[in-house]
Ligand binder design. Structure first.
Ligand SMILES: *Cc1c(COP(=O)(O)O)cnc(C)c1O
Length: 405
């Protein structure tokens, strides 16, 4: 799954190019940098690889979401519809621009249920933010249709799904904007970094300025730049971009290995009729960073988790229902409005309401789900052993369940 598994000579070479000039900043110092522009090169590589017009690198995936929301004009009073299963960055970014996160149920795609989105729309809704979790995609045809009908913005969080596609288009390039993360455990990593993708020139120009103190980047030097709007500092460094550049060149290889290992593991788990699999709207576009599977009940899933732990293979198999980063159930800090800075009243009211909200439909999916991370380094033999251990854990659990105590 993570690109750090394939770190090597190529990354070192790109970083050394930057160290040789000593210009670690992505803007300015034109003469001293001797033609080394790693951030620009990486942005071009992203556009080419993903077949989109513009890419703006920033310092993280969270910064990418924040920048995209600001560039799309999402702010105070605006509601952003997001799924209950995601990474905490989703609501962090929404809150940081002053907007209101509205959480909706997911379904067996492990992404937002389009019907739940429809029901959550109010006159204040401005943006729908699907999160393409665990390497695969949301039902984008349905979401695009809803956004068209209701005149809403579509912002795709593709931070976990670099290289995945939907009906031939890369995730992150289908909505008004999309985001990637290059943090240390993502498919392409540069330690810390992110990108906003868009096909809209105006959105891109706003992202470019917003992520660098509002600089318009039109002056003969930084001091001569104008500031048409307020921005912040979400810049990436040349050192990070250099690593990302070497990594993105390996993306096709990562995807090929992930797809092969994913298929092998799935074939083993498929032996058991009690195991079912995540619904993938376009299976050919799955980046296969995870194999996500379901057990018939929560009790069985929990018992299988215990069994995996006993067999020492719980590492790499995620039971998100109990995880406090990815699912609403354990986001106490959000539900308690534990914010260091004072939030605006509509934000506080919305977070307060989360304490009464029920996510039964999501619970009934998440409490049966286990996601197995797909490693780039597995040998066929290791996948076989892993798969068989999982199958045995499930068989043992089912047998216990069928015998009354
Ligand atoms: C990793 C991630 C982010 C944030 O990325 P960072 O680079 O860690 O800030 C946002 N959304 C999702 C779904 C993620 O998995």
């Amino acid at each position: 799954m993570p690109g750090f598994e394939f770190f090597g000579e190529e990354e070192r070479k790109e970083v050394n190019d930057v160290l040789q000039t000593g210009i670690l900043m992505r803007y300015g110092f034109d003469a001293a940098r001797k033609g080394v522009w790693k951030s620009k090169e990486l942005e071009e590589a992203i556009c080419k690889t993903m077949n989109c017009k513009y890419a703006q690198l920033v310092s993280s995936g969270t910064a990418a979401l924040t920048t995209a929301l600001a560039a799309l004009g999402v702010g105070a009073g605006d509601e952003v519809i997001m799924p209950a299963f995601t990474f905490v960055a989703s609501f962090e970014a929404v809150l940081s621009v002053g907007a209101i996160p509205v959480l909706v149920d997911i379904d067996e795609t492990l992404t937002m249920n389009p019907e739940a989105v429809r029901k959550a729309i109010t006159p204040k809704t401005k943006c729908v933010m699907p999160v393409h979790m665990c390497g695969s995609m949301a039902d984008l045809d349905a979401l695009v249709q809803i956004c068209k009908e209701r005149n809403l913005l579509l912002l795709e969080d593709a931070c976990q799904s670099i290289g995945a596609s939907y009906k031939g288009k890369h995730l992150g390039t289908i909505g008004n904007a999309g985001t990637f993360s290059f943090d240390f455990v993502k498919t392409v990593t540069c330690a810390e970094g992110g990108a906003v993708l868009t096909n809209n020139e105006d959105t891109y120009i706003k992202c470019d300025g917003y992520s660098d103190h509002g600089h318009d980047h039109k002056g003969i030097d930084r001091g001569a730049d104008l500031h048409p709007f307020i921005g912040y500092n979400f810049r990436i460094s040349e050192l990070h971009a250099a690593v990302g550049l070497a990594q993105i060149r390996k993306l096709d290889k990562f995807l090929e290995i992930q797809r092969k290992n994913h298929q092998q593991l799935k074939t083993i788990l498929q032996q058991l009729p009690e195991i079912s699999f995540r619904v993938i709207p376009d299976p050919a576009g799955d980046s296969c960073t995870f194999l996500s599977w379901f057990l018939p009940t929560e009790a069985i899933a929990r018992a299988v988790v215990v069994e995996l732990k006993d067999q020492n293979i719980l590492a790499g198999n995620f039971y998100w229902f109990d995880n406090n980063w990815h699912y609403i159930r354990k986001w106490e800090h959000l539900k308690n409005i534990s914010s260091l800075n004072n939030l605006n009243n509509p934000q506080k009211e919305a977070l307060q309401r989360l304490n009464q909200a029920s996510f039964t439909a999501s619970d009934n999916v998440m409490n049966r789900c286990i996601s197995s991370a797909i490693s780039l380094t597995w040998a066929e033999e290791q996948i076989m052993q892993r798969g068989e251990k999982i199958v045995n854990a499930v068989k043992k659990t089912l047998l216990k369940q069928s015998v009354p105590a």
